[in-house]
Design a protein around this ligand. Structure first.
Ligand code: SAM
Length: 253
């Protein structure tokens, strides 16, 4: 028979970047944690809600040791078995390219049942902040979210499927393969098809660029846009409610 587990594991979505774009439930979990393991895309301001616990950075930063997923899994379980209330804090939402499933599965092997607290994903947070209607009645009927960087280091094959659809396509982790992604879209969509890219969305150091399949690669280089960035492709990007569209119209007035 297993010993009683006194600790707990809560996997928490920290939102897209702005430290106020987080749920009340997430803040309560952070406040009560004995231990917090957090990623690079978590705004450190959120950690100030926790004065008593220990905080471990387990994300990837240039020039620093980056933790393997297996090491993170082990740390989570070890802390819970020591009786600690552990919060695993992740950028955005816990169900969108967050590797929460691996952590849940590993914890379950030790009889630990993780609780999940959703967050605002970067793509919905950024779209709303820029007034991009990812869907709009009778106009844009679906959203397709995919990754530009799969577990084998290549863009997802779903990008070609998405490019053939009329969905608003959102690509996370796509900057490394931007040129390849654009050339896939060009096979199925006209050169003037709209695209917008936002780096550090919802944060004071946010940068963004808009353009078309034809000119976006150059514009990204000119503006120095890099990771972490979210790519939006489709007519919704050029919707008349989108903030950058309005700003452009004001500039040209
Ligand atoms: C590993 S995924 C995590 C996604 C996260 N779970 C979510 O729901 O947003 C990391 C990618 O999310 C996107 N991302 C996260 N935060 C962002 C931000 N503030 N601005 C732009 N893109 C962001 C980028 O594409 C980044 O490479």
């Amino acid at each position: 028979m297993r010993n009683k587990i006194n600790g707990s594991l809560t996997i928490v979505g920290a939102g897209p970047g702005d430290p106020e774009l987080i749920t009340l439930k997430a803040i309560r979990a952070v406040e009560q944690a004995d231990v917090i393991l957090y990623d690079a895309l978590v705004n450190p301001v959120i950690l100030t809600h926790n004065n008593l616990g220990k905080h471990y950075f387990v994300g990837k930063r240039k020039g620093e040791h980056s933790f393997k997923q297996s090491e993170i899994n082990t740390m989570l379980v070890d802390f819970v078995l020591e009786g600690k209330n552990v919060v695993r804090l992740k950028g955005g939402d816990v169900s969108v390219f967050a590797r929460a499933a691996e952590e849940i599965t590993h914890a379950e092997r030790f009889g630990i049942s993780a609780k999940l607290i959703p967050g605002i994903s970067s793509f919905t947070g950024i779209a709303a902040a820029h007034r991009i209607p990812l869907t709009r009645r009778c106009m844009y009927e679906s959203i397709w979210i995919t990754t530009g960087y799969t577990c084998d280091g290549k863009p997802s094959e779903d990008i070609a499927h998405a490019a053939q659809s009329s969905a608003t396509v959102v690509i996370l982790m796509g900057m490394t393969h931007l040129e390849e992604i654009i050339s896939i879209f060009k096979k199925y969509k006209p050169a003037e098809y709209p695209i917008g890219i936002v780096q550090n969305g919802t944060l004071p150091n946010e940068k963004w660029v808009t353009g078309t399949l034809q000119n976006i690669v150059k514009r990204v280089k000119d503006e120095g846009i890099s990771n972490p960035a979210t790519i939006f492709v489709g007519s919704a990007v050029e919707d008349k409610t989108a903030l950058w569209k309005i700003q452009k119209e004001i500039q040209h007035a």
